[in-house]
Design a protein around this ligand. Structure first.
Ligand code: SF4
Ligand code: SF4
Length: 444
């Protein structure tokens, strides 16, 4: 099989980044690189999703890496694993080293899984501001994505299942595999039900995850965490604040201590991001403040400034997110000359300012949820799913089915024109198409 045929198989199977943004994988692999990095450095607290992928499907992970190496002509392959998963790393080492692949063990810190961090730690190279690993000769993919590459290329298997950790205020936390499109409510049922009267879900992770009160929302190809919290938990209150509220409080209380900047992982890596300067724009009085500060442009929304650094409990991350939107709307960006001046070598104290995971547990008041969500193969016979059509970066998929139509697990449901960036989506359960709406294609 030639390179384009393999890439087409990966596209046809709907493989996208399983660890976050959902970038279509065929596009990422259509390049020659020097170094492939398998990202198993799961750094969001409470999640065991990547650990489970590596333990359950190590052969597929290695096979996926071989396919990636062939596609990209990479000379080096490294699997990044956190220290807490040293047992997994040892198991992988026996499979990886005979194939010429290396293991990299990273400290239990946040945000270890950020690709900018991993590329720097493993290669010593800084990705250019706003750039991608390809610009420094690397491709970084989540371990679940790599397993999906192997299944797509070798078996023509579409992505219809998702590894997910279901934890927090649930009876029996677990990590399992569910059909893509399973509702948050059904996930909670799998974990024995909620142990709080008004469950609220953090999707993806406690640090970067979004808040979801609608439990009919489906698990997408990119969501690896369903973290259930009570309505009155600190994180729920913090993440629920309206723009008006966090702006008003920030305006009144920021004393410019600059702790947010001093702890910012991207600032420490040398990027021109200084959230305390973004906060300064709140000090303007009058109507409709323009918060398009260029000091926000390279914020990766890791939330360290808001949830760990700020001694006043303010929300510089949200202020940066708003500022980035203003920059986009007004087409504002750093010039090349500014970047040349502002993009610096890595800060000499960076290692000392990485956030240890125990500190994250303590600051976020989630220690009591630190129960090992072990992998359990679910015996449930899933009968319904809502398949999102827009969980990937690029053009949303257009439905290729109509209501009432019978479908089988693996059937194509929606597709993206060949010329556009994007991926098809497939049925994850057998059934009939009941409805097509903004949430996705409902199968019962
Ligand atoms: S850490 Fe908080 S108080 Fe200090 S500069 Fe940043 S936002 Fe302001
Ligand atoms: S969220 Fe805060 S700490 Fe993270 S990159 Fe943005 S400004 Fe820096």
């Amino acid at each position: 099989m030639n390179k384009q045929e393999t890439l087409q198989k990966i596209r046809t199977a709907g493989v996208i980044g399983a660890g976050g943004a959902g970038f279509p994988t065929y596009k990422k692999l259509d390049a020659n690189v020097e170094h492939i990095i398998a990202n198993g450095a799961e750094c969001e607290p409470l999640l065991y999703k990547d650990r489970s992928v590596m333990l359950q499907e190590p052969q597929a992970l290695i096979r996926g890496l071989e396919i990636m190496r062939e596609l990209t002509s990479a000379k080096k392959v490294t699997i990044a694993v956190k220290k807490k998963n040293a047992d997994v790393a040892e198991m992988l080492r026996s499979l990886a080293e005979p194939k010429g692949m290396a293991l990299f063990i990273y400290d239990d810190v946040y945000p270890a899984g950020d690709e900018y961090v991993l590329v720097y730690e493993i290669t010593g190279r800084q990705i250019p501001p706003g750039g991608i690993p390809l610009q420094v000769g690397c491709v970084v993919d989540n371990v679940e994505t790599i397993v999906n590459i192997a299944k797509a290329a070798d078996e023509n298997r579409p992505v219809v299942d998702k590894y997910v950790t279901i934890t927090g205020e649930v009876k029996n936390p677990l990590t399992t595999v569910v059909p893509v499109g399973t509702s948050l409510a059904d996930c909670i049922t799998l974990a024995g039900g909620a142990t709080t009267a008004h469950p609220v879900v953090l999707t993806g992770g406690v640090m970067m995850g979004g808040l979801e009160r609608d439990l009919t929302v489906p698990v997408s190809k990119t969501n690896g965490g369903v973290i259930v919290l009570p309505e009155d938990h600190f994180l729920v209150k913090h993440k629920s604040k309206s723009k008006e509220t966090y702006t008003r409080i920030g305006h009144g209380q920021c004393d410019q201590c600059s702790m947010c900047t001093e702890m910012c992982p991207r600032y420490l890596l040398g990027y021109p991001i200084e959230p305390h300067k973004v906060m300064r724009t709140l000090l303007m009085t009058g109507e409709a403040k323009d918060r398009g500060s260029l000091w926000a442009q390279y914020c990766c929304e890791c939330n360290v400034c808001t949830l760990i650094a700020c001694p006043e409990g303010l929300d510089p991350k949200s202020i940066c997110v708003d500022a980035k939107q203003t920059l986009r709307e007004n087409n504002l960006s750093r010039t090349a000359a500014e970047l040349e001046m502002l993009f610096r070598p890595v800060h000499p104290v960076r290692k000392g300012r990485e956030v240890p995971i125990p500190k994250v547990y303590q600051r976020l008041d989630i220690k009591k949820y630190d129960r090992h969500a072990k992998f359990l193969k679910t015996e449930s016979n899933f009968k319904k799913a809502v398949i999102p059509m827009n969980s990937h970066v690029g053009a949303p998929a257009s439905p290729q089915v109509s209501t009432g139509q019978k479908v089988k697990k693996g059937d194509l449901l929606a597709n993206v024109a060949e010329a556009d960036l994007g991926c098809p989506v497939h049925a994850s359960v057998d059934g009939a198409v009941q409805l097509i709406d903004a949430k996705g294609i409902h199968i019962v």
